[in-house]
Design a binder for this molecule. Structure first.
Ligand code: AMO
Length: 429
């Protein structure tokens, strides 16, 4: 029976193990043939190590296609090599699966490939150390967010993604036939469920997919993406702005302080997050006007306008108190000026990372808002009925996790931080 077990990862091989028998599992990266022996570099998920092959195995190692999966065993000895302190003097060299050449991309990272080629071969792309590091950071970030939110009394929930009616209004909805009986849709967000859950669970969060039939061709839009959503009873919008500030701050310091090696490898971005600046929508209009772009109260901030703002405010900042009519039906008006809303976006330069706000919890006002936005309250009855069961005032937000990862890892394209991105062109792999 073939023994496929390793005793160590490449990174664990150090001076303390010299003289011991070790076994490594990984992929052949380089082979240097110098006649009676060959120097082979084996890479696993933790790094690379050098192995010295002699005897009959030399031929096998020299002929082995690069990137084939192998296990190698032998005694660890000190090395004179420039890049390695120690090396394995091989007594066993087994090729487990041969790589078939030509490979679609070069996972050593020496030859760069365009993002589309890399995504077509994503599983192999992940063997590139920098790419694997992005996904380790992505995982560490999720754990960190879970810890932050749990410590603040939020419980994690999972709401349906196959639903009977829109959660965010009619646009951008993927619909399909449901057993020949009716239409069903993929959830654009957990918005309505998370609000209902504040009735019984008080503070909830969900980390899950959003589906949007968004015909956008940009480096920041996908049709399926991951969001962190929260909703909390008896908190106002300024309170949940503070929650998101803590969440983002903790992820950034997790990367900078606890995942330093991966963070440096990916070329991560150190972001300063002492106190995130809070601008109102109207202040933004003034700033944009000074830059020569005139917008009227009630106009949405165009891409061009956001890019101007992004040049003035290069890091993180909030835009709050948007005109009510620009915001979804579930957003609460400001008590002292009903034209404005208790809403906010968290921006990083021109890029929107989060949007949220206080929610309308008065069912009759909510019905009016639906009608104002051209939506039919009848289609929301399942949701609206919960508002008659003592709905608490509540606030929350949705954070685009892929966009946050894009910023923190210094990536230029959201596709870099998503394993198998989905956009208008891409449904595979
Ligand atoms: P919104 O529609 O602003 O809010 O979405 C929340 C956050 O999700 C991210 N995002 C996207 N990321 C990648 N590709 C896309 N196509 C895309 N669209 C949005 C952004 C955005 O800030 N229910 C509200 C949230 C709430 O109020 O709680 C909502 O869906 O980072």
């Amino acid at each position: 029976m073939m023994d496929i077990k390793r005793t160590h990862y490449a990174r664990q091989l150090d001076d303390a193990l010299v003289g011991q028998q070790v076994r490594i599992g990984g992929w052949i990266e380089d082979v240097r043939d110098i006649g009676k022996l060959a120097f082979v570099t084996i890479r696993d998920v933790t790094g690379a190590c050098q192995v010295i092959v002699t005897g009959d195995s030399v031929q096998e190692a020299v002929q082995a296609p690069r990137q084939s999966a192998v296990v190698v065993g032998g005694v660890l000895q000190r090395s004179k090599a420039k890049d390695f302190h120690v090396e394995v003097k091989v007594s066993e060299f087994t090729i487990l699966t041969k790589a078939v050449h030509p490979l679609p991309i070069d996972p050593t990272g020496r030859v760069e490939s365009a993002i589309d080629k890399r995504l077509d071969a994503r599983a192999l792309d992940l063997r590139t150390p920098k790419v694997a590091a992005i996904f380790r950071l992505r995982s560490a970030g999720l754990e960190n967010i879970r810890n932050t939110l749990r410590a603040e009394g939020f419980i994690e929930v999972n709401t349906p993604k196959v639903i009977g009616s829109a959660s965010e209004g009619g646009a951008n909805l993927f619909g399909f036939d449901y057993f020949g009986k009716r239409r069903a849709y993929l959830a654009q967000s957990p918005q309505l469920y998370k609000e209902q859950l504040t009735l019984g669970l008080d503070r909830v969060f969900e980390i899950g997919p959003y589906f949007r039939a968004e015909n956008s061709h940009t480096v920041r839009h996908l049709t399926e993406f991951t969001s962190v959503d929260i909703e909390a009873a008896f908190l106002d919008y300024e309170d949940v702005m503070e929650v998101v500030e803590r969440v983002v701050k903790n992820v950034a310091s997790e990367f900078q302080e606890k995942n330093g090696a991966d963070f440096r490898l990916v070329g991560g971005k150190e972001i300063s997050i002492s106190k995130i600046e809070r601008l109102t929508y109207e202040q933004c209009l003034d700033e944009i006007a000074k830059e020569g772009e005139k917008l009227q109260f009630g106009d949405d901030l165009s891409d061009a306008a956001l890019r101007k703002l992004g040049e003035i405010h290069r890091g993180l900042y909030f835009i709050m108190d948007w005109p009510l009519k620009l915001k979804p039906f579930y957003i609460h008006e400001k008590e002292d000026n009903a034209k404005l809303s208790k809403s906010f976006d968290l921006q990083y330069g021109y890029l929107e990372l989060v949007s949220g706000g206080r929610r309308q919890h008065d069912p009759s006002k909510l019905r009016n808002r639906l009608v104002e936005q051209g939506l039919n309250p009848v289609n929301f009855e399942e949701h609206l009925k919960a508002f008659d069961w003592g709905m608490p005032p509540h606030s929350g937000w949705g954070l685009g996790y892929d966009r946050l990862m894009m910023i923190l890892t210094g990536s230029q394209n959201v596709r870099d931080v998503v394993l198998y991105p989905r956009d208008t062109e891409r449904l595979t792999p």
